[in-house]
Design a protein around this ligand. Structure first.
Ligand code: DX5
Ligand code: ZN
Length: 228
């Protein structure tokens, strides 16, 4: 059975001068968790926030913080983000020399472990690590910036990963990140995603609540409500 759908606003598109209020507002508007994009100007050509800001967010809220490391080497920042209260840590397959070891490290620190796949990353990289995963993050844009267009090939990839998860009976969440909006979230859910990152679609709108409600009604139309 498909897991409950989760909506994870990406703070990349928030007003960083008012980050605490922004996080409070999206949670009050119905978000399930906060997606926290970490960029190092090395693995991706952009620079964002680190463990200190993560700690500031986790201290303020009780909702889980979903850390997406776009950093290389990925593993060196894992302990600091675990210490900063991350509930989830995902890293890019190509950004760790030993992805299996990095996944074990994340879990050993009591954090749920995820692997992120770029648009061009083949699915074969998942084959031998399914047991070590709590989340698979399918990038539907190339990582580095908010506000990009959803790459349609991601739908085919999601369908194939959903099949791998279901056929093996793995308790793995399937997250999608990049270009998610009200207009495409239904098709993305139908392809198999259950965790939806959205940055500009939520933080760029005048009412966060209206966008999140509209996304939820698209999700219900698409996959129904798994609890019912
Ligand atoms: C891109 C980031 C995304 C980004 C999504 O590298 O990982 O989380 O914030 O932003 P939108 O939803 O605007 O594509
Ligand atoms: Zn992200």
């Amino acid at each position: 059975m498909r897991s409950t759908s989760l909506i994870a606003p990406s703070i990349l598109s928030a007003d960083f001068c008012r980050l605490g209020e922004e996080v409070d507002s999206v949670l009050a508007a119905g978000a399930d968790m906060i997606h926290f994009d970490v960029m190092d100007n090395h693995y991706v050509p952009n620079l964002t926030v680190g463990p200190q800001i993560c700690r500031a967010v986790t201290s303020r809220i009780s909702a889980p913080v979903d850390v997406h490391l776009m950093t290389e080497p990925a593993e060196s920042l894992v302990p600091a983000f675990a210490e900063a209260g991350a509930a989830w840590i995902s890293f890019h397959f190509e950004a760790s020399r030993h992805p299996d070891r990095t996944l074990q490290l994340i879990r050993s620190l009591g954090v749920k472990a995820g692997i992120a796949l770029n648009p061009a990353t083949p699915l074969g990289c998942l084959e031998h690590i399914m047991d070590r995963l709590d989340m698979i993050l399918i990038m539907s844009v190339n990582p580095g910036f908010g506000g990009q267009q959803f790459i349609p090939e991601a739908l085919n990839k999601l369908t194939r990963v959903r099949r791998m998860i279901d056929e093996g009976g793995y308790p793995i969440r399937l997250e999608v990140d990049g270009g998610v909006k009200i207009q495409n979230i239904g098709a993305i859910a139908a392809a198999g995603a259950d965790t939806f990152v959205a940055g500009s679609a939520i933080f760029g709108a005048p009412s966060y609540g209206e966008v999140i409600s509209a996304m939820r009604s698209e999700l219900e139309k698409s996959v129904g409500c798994p609890e019912n």
